[in-house]
Design a binder for this molecule. Structure first.
Ligand SMILES: Cc1cc2nc3c(=O)[nH]c(=O)nc-3n(C[C@H](O)[C@H](O)[C@H](O)COP(=O)(O)OP(=O)(O)OC[C@H]3O[C@@H](n4cnc5c(N)ncnc54)[C@H](O)[C@@H]3O)c2cc1C
Length: 432
């Protein structure tokens, strides 16, 4: 058998699982068909942001313990708060080995600022995202310049500011808006392609223009001590570039997540993939697993679009193909399923049950809790009703939690991926 573990889907969950398996010396492969949710996300990792009945969660691990009994089907309740915490520490260590420093407040959430100027609770953010360091500066009466780039059409600094002004934290803060003109802007004004987030981030990555950009930031900031920029400050080298910009301008600079492609998410994806490769994992991108055979309660093999009938075999498999967004779950007019293996699905087929008529319903939309049903070890059930013992499902494809209403997507993806890896490592050791 070529592999100890094949992971289907290379998002936050699959890659966390892959890194843990590869770190333990398992022969591990990831097969992934396309972009994952990180490319569309804020790049911050939410663990538990909102309480069931409404209101914010300040201490996510306490809330996990508090709700474990009343919500036993929740992935966190199955894993336990201690292992969720361990998985997040593992994630933080791995990301930092790839050169990205994450901000966390230990047991507490911090509050980041969205593009609309709303403050959202989250657990991990890149150091360059609004956190308690910036909040402290604001409380000490530092003024803020919320800046955009000339030619970037997907962000409105004025909108951010109008919302920030409603927040008591910023009541006594001087906030201005302004625009930074990149050195080559007038020459390329007609080429809109130059001004998507990824193109702008690449300009920062060259580092060539940094001194001139820093001058522009200082001009636009008009003496403000704190500067807010859309999150374009480089992809590969952003930590050094961020520091250099702060040194050159003398300002504290924080980043605001942009519309997709999300540079903050892209940095995490690159970091995870580079860790996986560094540990000897094999990543096969651009291929889709389109089926497999479950025999006697075990997944025997899988096959993919690119390799036709070739059977790929492994001792263990992990499915982390995401939710409806990433095609890990599928919906038809009046049907829902898991499309690769037809695993047992929890949710109603009746379309009218899927959503609430109120878009901002406090209870959330039912379909967000739908997904693959598993036992307590995250083994799914095949068509014969038996748990598939050598297959684990993790991340956004799981049922039993609502990533949006709870603000828990990133935390569930990481902790379930890590949990599956630990189970596999344990089983491999037993069978040696
Ligand atoms: C738009 C959006 C924004 C979000 N923002 C945040 C946020 O700011 N903070 C937060 O904590 N959470 C956020 N979440 C939730 C969180 O990002 C996700 O829950 C988490 O990243 C899911 O990770 P995953 O690995 O389970 O799935 P995904 O990231 O969806 O990855 C699944 C991968 O599997 C691949 N795949 C699918 N089917 C197959 C197949 N048959 N064969 C091979 N590969 C396949 C897909 O191409 C994809 O690469 C957001 C989610 C979405 C959709």
């Amino acid at each position: 058998m070529a592999y100890d573990c094949i992971i289907i889907g290379g998002g936050l969950s699959g890659l966390t699982c892959g890194i843990k398996c590869a770190e333990d010396g398992l022969r591990t492969a990831v097969i992934s068909s396309g972009m994952n949710s990180l490319h569309f996300s804020s790049g911050s990792i939410d663990v538990f942001g909102y309480r069931q009945g409404g209101g914010k969660v300040y201490r996510p691990f306490d809330y996990m313990k508090e709700t474990a009994k009343s919500n036993p089907a929740h992935p966190y309740s199955r894993i336990g708060s201690r292992m969720v915490r361990e998985s997040l520490e593992f994630f933080n260590d791995q990301i930092s080995l790839a050169g990205i420093s994450l901000h966390d407040n230990g047991d507490e959430n911090h509050f980041r600022i969205t593009g609309l100027g709303v403050m959202k609770p989250t657990y991990f953010s890149q150091d360059s995202v609004f956190n308690d360091k910036f909040k402290k500066a604001v409380e000490e009466r530092a003024s803020i310049a919320v800046l955009n780039f000339d030619g970037y059409r997907d962000y409105y600094a004025e909108l951010t500011v109008s919302q920030l002004r409603k927040n008591p934290i910023f009541k006594r803060t001087g906030i201005i808006t302004g625009k930074v003109t990149l050195p080559f802007y007038t020459r390329t004004e007609k080429n809109l392609h130059e001004f998507r987030s990824i193109d702008l981030a690449r300009v920062f990555d060259t580092e060539k223009y940094l001194p001139r950009i820093a001058e522009e930031i200082k001009r636009a900031a008009r003496g403000a001590r704190v500067v807010s920029l859309p999150a374009f400050i480089g992809i590969d080298n952003f930590a050094q570039i961020h520091k250099r910009l702060e040194d050159l301008t003398g300002c504290l600079i924080y980043e605001i997540p942009s519309l997709p492609p999300s540079i903050l998410g892209l940095r995490l994806d690159n970091a995870l993939r580079s860790r996986f490769a560094a540990l000897g994992g094999e990543y096969s991108g651009g291929d889709r697993v389109n089926g497999g055979e479950i025999m006697d309660g075990e997944l025997d093999h899988i096959h993919t679009e690119n390799y036709g009938d070739t059977r790929h075999r492994s001792r263990f498999y992990v499915m982390s193909t995401g939710s409806f967004f990433s095609a890990g779950l599928r919906s038809g007019f009046n049907m829902l399923d898991e499309p690769v293996l037809g695993l047992r699905f929890s949710g109603s087929n009746r379309r009218s049950d899927w959503y609430s008529a109120k878009f901002f319903d406090r209870k959330g939309h039912p379909f967000l809790k739908y997904g693959v049903e598993t036992n307590k070890y995250f083994n799914p059930f095949g068509s014969d009703g038996k748990a598939v013992k050598n297959l684990f499902c993790t991340g956004a494809m799981l049922s039993g939690y609502d990533p949006i209403r709870e603000g828990s997507g990133g935390g569930v993806a990481i902790s379930t991926g890590y949990f599956a890896a630990k189970r596999i490592i344990g089983e491999m050791k037993k069978n040696k």
